[in-house]
Design a protein around this ligand. Structure first.
Ligand code: HEC
Length: 191
């Protein structure tokens, strides 16, 4: 076989691998400010193929929400990647509050919208996080951000009906899931 032909075959194989991964994304994700389609191929290699990520890319629903085994991991990421600008409890600092029912971008009340804002960024200091956090870490930090919510559970559109019934608005003096020994593995919850 000619060298050139081999090169083309290799290129084709590479393209189909990329395509296969991209095929997970049944949904289209858009930049929060410009509406431009986000390229999920920019995501870090690690953490692309967890069960939670696969589910999320197909449904737009975060299977880590209110999962006690996952929340401590989400909190850890929040405290390193977000709290500097948004406050320890998401109460707002240089960036807006993330723990109430007001959203600059109303789509952030859905998990799909929240993901788009984190992955692709918004304005000013809210830079895209795709090169800082893996897709799986984004879902974890999203779950913690949701857990910090302190307003009316009825407006918590990201929760399913069952979750909404039992959700208690966050209060700092309540036992944090970090204190409740996180037993079990962090894996997606059926939704
Ligand atoms: C360097 C500072 C900085 C960091 C770090 C940062 N943000 Fe932001 N964030 C901002 C600013 C400033 C805005 C306002 C941008 C705008 O209005 O377009 C913002 C906006 C947002 C919004 C939109 C809120 C709304 O009301 O619609 C969300 C959601 C958000 N950030 C989540 C996060 C999460 C989650 C992290 C951690 C992974 C994070 N941010 C890290 C500064 C930051």
């Amino acid at each position: 076989m000619k060298r050139k032909t081999v090169a083309w075959i290799l290129l084709g194989a590479l393209a189909s691998v990329g395509g296969a991964w991209g095929a997970h994304a049944a949904l289209t994700f858009n930049n929060t400010v410009t509406g431009e389609v986000l390229n999920l191929d920019d995501a870090l290699e690690e953490g692309r193929d967890t069960e939670a990520v696969k589910t999320f890319l197909e449904t737009g629903i975060n299977p880590y929400n209110e999962n006690p085994a996952c929340l401590p991991k989400g909190e850890e990421i929040f405290l390193t990647a977000c709290s500097g600008c948004h406050g320890h409890l998401g109460e707002g600092k240089l960036g807006p509050g993330l723990n109430d029912d007001y959203w600059t971008y109303p789509k952030n009340e859905t998990d799909k919208g929240l993901f788009e804002t984190i992955y692709g960024g918004a304005q000013g200091q809210m830079g895209p996080q795709y090169s800082a956090l893996t897709l799986d870490e984004m879902l974890l930090v999203m779950a913690w951000t949701r857990h910090l919510y302190k307003d009316d559970p009825k407006k918590a559109k990201w929760l399913n009906e069952e979750q909404r019934k039992v959700f208690k608005p966050y209060s700092a003096d309540r036992k944090k899931p970090t204190d409740i020994a996180a037993t079990g593995e962090c894996s997606p919850m059926p939704n």
